[in-house]
Design a protein around this ligand. Structure first.
Ligand SMILES: Nc1ncnc2c1ncn2[C@@H]1O[C@H](COP(=O)(O)OP(=O)(O)OP(=O)(O)O)[C@@H](O)[C@H]1O
Ligand SMILES: O=P(O)(O)OC[C@H]1O[C@H](OP(=O)(O)OP(=O)(O)O)[C@H](O)[C@@H]1O
Ligand SMILES: O=C(O)c1cccnc1
Ligand SMILES: [Mg+2]
Length: 555
């Protein structure tokens, strides 16, 4: 059994040092039609044909006007390990229709991605509809076989990174964002990808421990309501003692908490009778377990009448013993109101008990939060320092799929075009290069596709940029900076760029977003970013279109 099969059989992910790719990602993770086509290509003697495919999307997700490209590293690892194992071949022999020639299986068994060349824009860059984010050249059969796997590696990764980047934009850079979605994600693999690419898109950490281990992402978390409800009275506390942080002397934390609680009840105008004793016991026990990391859920019974009172009492008790609590989480109710109430409470306590650090306690909010909730909370005014976001983030509820496609654009040096009644769906034929043209103030102005045979646009020189399908839409652009978007990432069986770390890709996302004008990024009716073709490519597309469109006959 090889490493890949082991990876699958014994837990889905390989250890970092071994192969560093999800063991599920393998050549059979594809649609059957890729393999049946491979046989038909092989039978028709197309083994020496070479092809160029473009991988691109037609529409930005979430009613936005940008997409973050992610998933490239996984695509490269897939190419690196692309090989049908003996058991893959055995399975295909049993599964493909009868009569497949034996030599085809030998051919498949020897296939690798060595003769493939992959060009891509950098992972973490903003990308736009119709500009291929990956361009792949090589033997037709192999590049066709890669289609589905490359799409599955790029589509969700880019959707997720884009979703996360949008949450980051609405939350602002000072609020912490934690991904809490594993329990709601589309299965274990969806959950892991969600954690990884939400970090890429700008989240600060995840509650997903395996994602932390595999991708080196900060893991963070609080506790669940179950912890609070597991206690019903202080009599259940089996231990109350904790060492003073400085003196090391054992003291009774509950005693300190109960004393503070009655003082606080006057200050906060809440009766101790109303508040939950079980909640107090749970908080005391949690504080004993994590005296330096005490963060408590305050909404189990009633934030105002119980949670804040008990939390403040335990935090002050910890303070007596030399420890500083971290904060609270609110997981229901009006998050704007309750966060302001919590901040006011902390300010009162800070002043009355001379504990200025109480002003800085962290307020975490969770509960079905999405982009619109954050925008609304911003409008209302809130005092939340950190959002914990699960369901809407990881399931991309607002748009659950990015429509990246993989289209043949050239075969044996001859351009290919896919026509459609829907102009949007007509493919851009031929082997193309892509450039991003920038204005003097550093903003991206337009993406320009050209035939590879054309010289690149030059700084300071006027370039005619044309809408790919609407003849009258064109503009001259004099770029102050020209960025060639493609780099060769894979050639002659090797990854040919130094791959950035996840952290560097995450930084790239923010740098790349900064080059976009704000009107392209706003949430409501953003301005579309322009994607153009050169005059030469425009004419080429339209000539080919006419050549390929059948002329109807009216009778
Ligand atoms: N101030 C606010 N403005 C806008 N939306 C809010 C505000 N506060 C909370 N929300 C959102 O309103 C929704 C409230 O959901 P729901 O009514 O299911 O929760 P709840 O009743 O507060 O809590 P639970 O049912 O979990 O006890 C959540 O999606 C939450 O994120
Ligand atoms: O709301 P999300 O954005 O998905 O964030 C994750 C949720 O998961 C947890 O509880 P869970 O939802 O399992 O239970 P609850 O509904 O009782 O809070 C947590 O308390 C959050 O509410
Ligand atoms: O750590 C948390 O608070 C957490 C983790 C997952 C889901 N909800 C909350
Ligand atoms: Mg919930």
């Amino acid at each position: 059994m090889n490493d890949r099969e082991l990876g699958c059989a014994g837990g889905q992910f390989m250890d970092r040092g071994r192969m560093n790719q999800n063991g599920v990602v393998q050549p059979l993770l594809t649609d059957l039609y890729q393999i049946t086509m491979a046989y038909a290509y092989w039978k028709s003697d197309k083994t020496d044909d070479t092809a160029v495919f473009d991988l691109f999307f037609r529409n930005n997700p979430f009613h936005g006007e940008f997409t973050i490209f992610a998933g490239l590293e996984e695509c490269l690892k897939f190419l690196d390990s692309f090989h049908y194992s003996q058991s893959d071949i055995e399975y295909l022999k049993q599964t493909l229709p009868e009569g497949i020639e034996h030599e085809f299986f030998e051919y498949l068994g020897n296939l690798t991605a060595r003769d493939v060349t992959l060009y891509a824009i950098d992972e973490g860059t903003v990308a736009f509809p119709r500009v291929p984010i990956i361009k792949i050249e090589g033997p037709l059969i192999i590049v066709q076989l890669l289609e589905t796997t490359l799409l599955t590696l790029v589509n969700y990764a880019s959707l997720m990174a884009t979703n996360a980047a949008r949450y980051r934009m609405v939350a602002g850079k000072h609020v912490k964002l934690l991904e809490f979605g594993l329990r709601r994600a589309q299965g274990p693999d969806g959950g892991l990808s969600a954690s990884k690419y939400s970090y890429t898109g700008g989240f600060d950490g995840t509650s997903n421990v395996l994602a932390g281990k595999l991708f080196n992402i900060p893991v963070k978390g609080t506790h669940a309501h179950a912890y609070i409800t597991s206690f019903s009275s202080i009599g259940e506390l089996k231990t109350r003692l904790i060492k003073h942080k400085q003196t090391g002397i054992l003291e009774d934390l509950l005693e300190h908490a109960v004393r503070h609680r009655s003082l606080l009840s006057h200050l906060l105008d809440v009766s101790t009778e109303e508040s939950s004793e079980g909640e107090l016991a749970a908080m005391v026990s949690y504080a004993i377990a994590f005296p330096d990391g005490f963060m408590a859920l305050v909404d189990t019974y009633d934030v105002k009448r119980s949670g804040l009172l008990n939390f403040s009492a335990v935090a002050l008790a910890l303070n007596d013993l030399g420890y500083h609590a971290l904060g609270i989480r609110i997981d229901s109710g009006d998050l704007a109101y309750l966060s302001c109430l919590a901040r006011e409470t902390f300010e009162k306590v800070a002043e009355r008990f001379k504990v200025p650090w109480f002003n800085k306690l962290t307020i975490v909010a969770s509960n079905d939060i999405n982009e619109d909730t954050i925008l609304s909370l911003n409008e209302q005014g809130h005092k939340i320092d950190c959002f914990g976001i699960g369901t809407h983030l990881v399931t991309c509820q607002r748009q659950p799929a990015l429509g990246c496609v993989y289209k043949l654009v050239e075969i044996n040096g001859q351009p290919r075009i896919k026509l459609s009644q829907d102009v949007e769906k007509v493919t851009m034929p031929g082997n193309k290069n892509a450039y991003r043209l920038y204005s003097a103030d550093g903003h991206a102005l337009i993406d320009l596709l050209q035939k590879v045979s054309e010289p690149p646009p030059a700084v300071g020189q006027k370039v005619l940029c044309r809408h790919p399908f609407q003849e009258s839409k064109r503009a001259y652009v004099i770029p102050s900076h020209v960025e060639s978007l493609y780099k060769v990432y894979w050639k002659s069986g090797k990854i040919c760029q130094q791959l950035p770390t996840l952290e560097q890709v995450r930084e790239k996302v923010q740098i790349s977003l900064k080059t976009l004008r704000n009107d392209h990024k706003r949430t409501l009716n953003p301005t579309p970013y322009k994607v153009a073709v050169s005059d030469n490519l425009y004419n080429f597309i339209h000539d080919l279109w006419l050549q390929n469109a059948p002329i109807g006959e009216l009778s």
